[in-house]
Design a protein around this ligand. Structure first.
Ligand code: NAD
Ligand code: UDP
Length: 319
């Protein structure tokens, strides 16, 4: 049985990755410090003999007993609210955490895939974003703690690849959504659905003309799985190119939830990217991958998930 370490395992993407690798018959070693994650995302796996969980902060030395074939490094706050609240931890997990995990990969001769992001393109001047675009990031702005941590993460990963010959993979993930997102993490999809369920106005930031391209989690996980098993060490965009303005998206949510919520406009957060759409030619060519789930279908599943949560979750205050 292949052995895989997944960091950030109790989070949204990490827990779906655990499910996928369990399904593929791997021995999964999950690690998380629960700073933004939730053990409930993993509780259905605890009874399995090929699943282990370690409560550990990966910015401190990471030890795993026995052999390891693969490492997926997904630990990091991922929503703008989270990384603005815990900026130093965000920088540390991208920098020190990645360094520790690359060291572990070198030691164990394991292949490592790191979770990078469309945020490395910043507020992009090239549209759609191709992997060879270097990006437009404000290093000292509030989002810089996340963007620069991820850019450093890519650099140190390529350095371990070139200098130490570690087998590395880099996925640039574009806005992904689905069940197990935290209702109150501030990202636009849980924010809008939460507001609709509580009967509140939907808060569009700025004039809502900024765009995003939303990828359903099952598609994202399939792309990551294929990239891990490919032989491609350079970054690959994995996302859904179907782009929409946030204003139109708010209208879609009103139609989806069948509520008659009003849309209200709030100030645009600093350095909020004005447009974002992945160019996925590379993923198509190298991995034979493209998204299959339409926004309509994915959003229905996501809405059903949030609706099924206990009522008190809707009003839970964030830590
Ligand atoms: P999430 O907040 O749900 O999950 C992140 C997990 O990492 C949490 O369980 C958290 O407790 C854990 N974590 C954070 N710091 C840690 C540390 N020092 N040690 C151990 N565990 C730690 O976020 P997510 O949406 O699942 O994102 C997962 C990864 O994917 C992140 O690296 C994120 O940057 C990347 N990503 C996600 C998206 C997206 O749209 N969801 C987009 C781009 C990149
Ligand atoms: N956004 C919004 N209202 C909200 C939350 C977010 O209009 O209540 C906007 C936000 O300004 C951004 C877009 O939605 O332009 C996506 O935000 P999110 O935090 O989901 O992701 P990111 O900015 O990291 O792409």
């Amino acid at each position: 049985m292949k052995r895989i370490l997944i960091t950030g395992a109790a989070g949204f993407l990490g827990s779906h990755l655990c499910d996928r690798f369990i399904k593929e018959d791997y021995h999964v070693i999950a690690m998380d410090n629960l700073i933004t994650g939730d053990l409930r995302n993993l509780e259905h796996l605890f009874k399995l003999s090929n699943f282990e969980f370690y409560h550990h902060d990966v910015t401190t030395f990471v030890h795993v007993a026995g052999e390891l074939d693969y490492i997926l490094h997904f630990a990091s706050p991922a929503s703008p609210i989270d990384y603005l609240k815990i900026p130093i931890q965000t920088l540390k997990v991208g920098a020190l955490g990645t360094h520790n995990l690359l060291g572990l990969a070198k030691d164990k001769k394991a292949r490592i895939l790191i979770a990078s992001t469309s945020e490395i393109y910043g507020d992009p001047l090239v549209h759609p974003q191709t992997e060879d675009y270097y990006g437009n990031v404000n290093t000292i702005g509030p989002r810089g703690v996340y963007d620069e941590a991820k850019r450093f993460m890519e650099s140190i990963t390529m350095a371990y690849h070139r200098f130490h010959g570690v087998e590395t993979r880099i996925v640039r993930i574009f806005n992904t959504y689905g069940p197990r997102m935290r209702l109150n993490d501030g990202r636009v999809i849980p924010a809008f659905i939460g507001q609709a369920l509580r009967g509140e106005d939907l808060t569009v930031f700025g004039d809502g003309s900024q765009t995003r391209s939303f990828c359903y989690v099952d598609d994202e996980i399939e792309g990551i799985y294929r990239l891990l098993l490919s032989d491609h060490a350079h970054p690959v965009n994995i996302g859904n190119p179907h782009e929409i303005t946030i204003r139109d998206f708010a209208e879609e949510i009103v139609r989806l939830t069948g509520t008659d919520q009003k849309v209200v406009y709030k100030p645009l957060p600093k350095d909020d990217p004005m447009q974002r759409q992945p160019d996925i030619s590379k993923a198509k060519e190298l991995l034979g991958w493209e998204p299959k789930v339409s926004r309509e279908e994915g959003m229905k599943k996501t809405y059903e998930y949030f609706k099924s949560l206990p009522q008190e979750e809707l009003y839970k205050k964030e830590h």
